[in-house]
Design a protein around this ligand. Structure first.
Ligand SMILES: C[S@@+](CC[C@H](N)C(=O)[O-])C[C@H]1O[C@@H](n2cnc3c(N)ncnc32)[C@H](O)[C@@H]1O
Length: 251
């Protein structure tokens, strides 16, 4: 499964306690852009994590939602149908879905074209999201510095993902066209995630897949110290408003 999948598996509990809330807000904003009628649609939640994008589609009347992810511990329980799988080798027949949603999963690929080709094989349309390349929040570096004082080293898979800057709307649109999609549209939208307090910001940073396994392995008293120190450094920082790239495309 590789380091990404094992890291997300190890982070699943902390993810549900922090990042899940912000990703749910971002999924709602992404769902507004679905390029086909969602009512009664067969939806694939691709790189589903805890399934917030599928939930957003279900709230819009999707007929069925299937969630697929590398990390079994992240996957939602009922009412979604969940399966472990890799976005480059999906265990579904051609055209099995009307719409694939890929919320913050294609940014895990150095080259998003292969998973896009696979999504186009199984679904008639795509809506995807990613962080805008220029987007940043000061809590990221501030909490990383606290973690580093306690011995944290950025895992290689995350460092590699960071070195390849997040794709901008034009980059993602170009990938979709190379994957064979038509009617490609992409833009940046700002999403207020509702995460504003120091507790929220730290729950976000300590619940991410590259930090949560490190934090979980600390002794309980050190884990408390890390949280207290992190909350002190982010206190008074701006609310978490994310610049999100949204991509839509049709087969
Ligand atoms: C940032 S999380 C986003 C999860 C969810 N879509 C959301 O919006 O909350 C990225 C997810 O993509 C999954 N993922 C990364 N690479 C994958 C791959 N090759 N195949 C399937 N899932 C993958 C990870 O396991 C993780 O759950």
């Amino acid at each position: 499964m590789g380091e990404i999948g094992t890291s997300y598996d190890a982070a699943a509990a902390a993810w549900r306690a922090g990042p899940e809330r912000m990703y749910a807000r971002m999924a709602e904003a992404m769902a507004e852009h679905a390029p086909v009628d969602v009512a009664a649609a067969r939806v694939l939640d691709a790189g589903a994590g805890t399934g917030v994008a599928g939930d957003a589609m279900r709230r819009r009347g999707a007929g069925s939602v299937v969630a697929v992810d590398l990390a079994s511990a992240m996957l939602p329980r009922a009412p979604a149908l969940s399966t472990v799988g890799d976005l480059t080798r999906l265990p579904f027949r051609d055209g099995a879905f009307d719409l694939a949603v890929a919320a913050f999963s294609l940014n895990h690929f150095t080259d998003p074209v292969p998973p896009m080709i696979e999504l186009r094989r199984v679904a008639g349309a795509l809506v995807a999201s990613s962080y805008a390349p220029e987007w940043a929040h000061p809590a990221k570096d501030a909490v990383d510095e606290v973690l580093a004082r306690h011995g944290f080293e950025t895992p290689e898979w995350y460092a590699v993902a960071r070195a390849d800057a997040n794709p901008g709307p034009g980059d993602l649109a170009g990938c979709a066209e190379r994957a064979g999609f038509t009617e490609v549209w992409s833009d940046v939208v700002d999403v207020d995630t509702g995460m504003r307090s120091a507790v929220d910001l730290v729950a976000w940073r300590l619940g991410m897949a590259h930090t949560a396994p490190f934090v979980a392995a600390l002794a309980p008293d050190e884990r408390l110290r890390v949280r207290d120190e992190a909350e002190a450094v982010v206190d008074g920082m701006p609310p978490l408003v994310v610049a999100m790239v949204v991509l839509t495309a049709l087969r």
